[in-house]
Design a protein around this ligand. Structure first.
Ligand code: VG1
Ligand code: CO
Length: 543
């Protein structure tokens, strides 16, 4: 099959953000736009003769078209085999699992994760390396540099592959294998958790509600919760992946997962609630009328890790992103294991896991996972919780309260201001940074500023340095406020304000975080001139 070399023009806007390249579908539909980025990926790596690529996406609008395009480009660029998810679908953690299981050279995940989908929504593409994790910054920088200079890409003239039917298909010299990514992933989960105990929990009348948000986890959740664990059919809702996620915003938080939240805070609520995002790497955990903050969830999983068979021998260490609360640090200290603080984005955890320094990783943005893959993993976190609930036979709320009584509570909240004009958001950040020199030592109510900086990280394994990772104001009592601009949006800017204070007093542990953090929230508004600069009086999303 002859390789076709097609002329293209370079694009200047293909810089990957926190997690891959995310743009409007209409941007990706421009002539040669997708091809340009894919060729830049292929040019940034060496493709040996027997190389396998894993390919799949979250099923959003444009997924199928993009998969067919990439298959032909993979054939032209010399891959021996592509493992592609049935119907072109693979969740992000399943893709990571498959890359590792079949020792692939890497994988391409098509997803814009929690961003809305559909013809007017977002699309995205991300390259994962042989360890199953997102490409490092060095690699994404190289891809970006190449994308700005490309003049040609390579493809073949081949018919589309029938992605519905499992099996092998020839495309020139290359073999396309349509795989069942659900089975591989479910098997991995079964090897880590006590499925017998969880099955017994469901059999005893324990009720769960899982919301797949019309996104990728539906088929995985059905296989695992209903078929393998015996949960009732009604326990999984919105389980059919739709190209536009049913018009919703597939982001599992208190604002966008409102249907699930209404059930969990309603009369006769189930014992346990959970949701995942567009590509299946996020998780939200709820108890009866109770929300578990993702930072606490990481700490709690760490403290209870040995209850799950896959973690029986204990954990080597924990890593958390900088804005994530220090609740996990307290558990690490108690266990006598290290805790690492990395920039936002899962790509920073890969080296630590590969080096065996950490077992658990987490981000405040509903992301938790372990070294079983190299991505965050939504259903893994839900299963970990079910395993803990089965072992401890207590309610979600009781388990969290116990944890706080033992370790103290890192009271935590994130306020997101979405869709801000870029100028206003940048203005806030510039103002803050400029004020840093004069802030140290200043007193705001009961808080005194100890240190201000722009977080920078030196990777302990490869020595690479990442600067500009978030503005931090640290107070003398360990409280802090962090400010970041999102790197996953496609229009305007999203300002994230992360607030944290420590409270060891058990009498206050039942109180709402917004009440306990009121003073810090006011300080953040004052320092950023938030109202006058953005015109906003309240955040879009509060976590
Ligand atoms: C957000 C989260 C970050 C997460 C990233 C990708 O990034 O804050 O913790 O790793 O999304 O998650 P940002 O730059 O918008 O703050 V996913 O599930 O969207 O791939
Ligand atoms: Co995601």
């Amino acid at each position: 099959m002859p390789v076709l070399t097609i002329a293209t023009q370079p694009f200047n806007d293909q810089k990957p953000g926190t997690s891959g390249l995310r743009k409007r579908v209409t941007t990706f539909q421009q002539a040669h736009y997708l091809e340009n980025f894919v060729q830049a990926i292929f040019n940034s790596i060496t493709i040996p003769a027997n190389a396998t690529l894993v390919l799949g996406g979250d099923g959003r609008f444009y997924n199928r078209e993009a998969i067919q395009t990439i298959l032909k480009m993979a054939a032209a660029n010399g891959f021996a085999r592509v493992l592609v998810g049935q119907n072109g679908i693979l969740s992000t953690p399943a893709c990571s699992c498959v890359i590792r299981k079949y020792q692939a050279l890497g994988g391409i995940v098509l997803s814009a994760s929690h961003n809305p989908g559909g013809a007017d929504g977002d699309f995205g593409i991300k390259y994962n390396q042989a360890n199953g994790g997102p490409a490092s910054e060095t690699v994404t920088d190289a891809i970006y540099a190449i994308s700005k200079t490309l003049t040609h890409y390579q493809t073949v003239a081949a018919p589309d592959i029938a992605l519905e039917v499992l099996g092998d298909y020839a495309m020139g010299e290359m073999v396309v294998t349509v795989i069942d990514g659900v089975a591989d992933y479910a098997d991995l989960m079964e090897s880590l958790f006590d499925f017998g105990a969880i099955r017994a929990l469901f059999a005893s009348g324990f009720r769960m509600q899982f919301d797949a948000m019309h996104a990728v986890t539906g088929p995985y959740a059905r296989e695992i919760f209903i078929r393998r664990l015996g949960a009732s059919a009604a326990s999984v809702m919105n389980a059919v992946p739709l190209p536009d996620f049913g018009g919703g915003h597939p982001d599992p938080n208190l604002t966008y997962a409102h249907d699930l939240v209404a059930i969990m805070y309603g009369d006769n609520a189930p014992d346990f609630g959970a949701a995942s995002d567009g590509d299946g790497d996020r998780n939200m955990i709820l108890g009866k009328h109770f929300f578990v903050n993702p930072s606490d969830s990481l700490a709690l999983i760490a403290a209870n890790a040995t209850l799950a068979p896959g973690y029986k021998a204990g954990i080597a260490g924990i890593a958390r992103s900088m804005p994530t609360s220090a609740a996990a640090d307290r558990v690490a200290a108690a266990l006598g294991i290290p805790c690492f603080e990395t920039p936002t984005g899962w790509k920073f955890f890969g080296n630590l896991m590969d080096a065996g320094k950490v077992t658990l990783c987490g981000e405040e943005s509903f992301g938790t996972s372990s070294s079983h893959v190299r991505e965050k993993d939504g259903l893994w976190a839900v299963l970990f919780w079910l395993n803990i609930l089965a072992a401890r036979q207590q309610s979600v709320e009781a388990i969290v309260m116990d944890h706080w009584a033992k370790f103290g509570r890192n009271v935590y909240s994130r306020h997101d201001y979405e869709g801000l004009p870029n100028d206003a958001a940048n203005g806030v950040m510039t103002l803050l940074k400029a004020s840093f020199a004069s802030l140290v030592g200043k007193q705001f109510g009961k808080y005194t500023v100890a240190l201000c900086d722009d977080f920078s990280y030196t990777d302990p394994i490869d020595g690479s340095v990442s600067t500009g990772q978030g503005l931090r104001i640290l107070f003398t009592d360990g409280s802090r406020i962090v400010f970041r601009l999102s790197g996953t949006g496609t229009e305007g800017a999203t300002l994230r304000i992360y607030l944290e204070a420590f409270d060891a007093d058990i009498r206050r542990h039942g109180l709402d975080a917004q009440v306990l953090l009121a003073e810090l929230i006011a300080i953040a508004a004052q320092l950023t001139e938030l109202r006058s600069r953005t015109g906003r009086i309240a955040p879009t999303v509060i976590t």
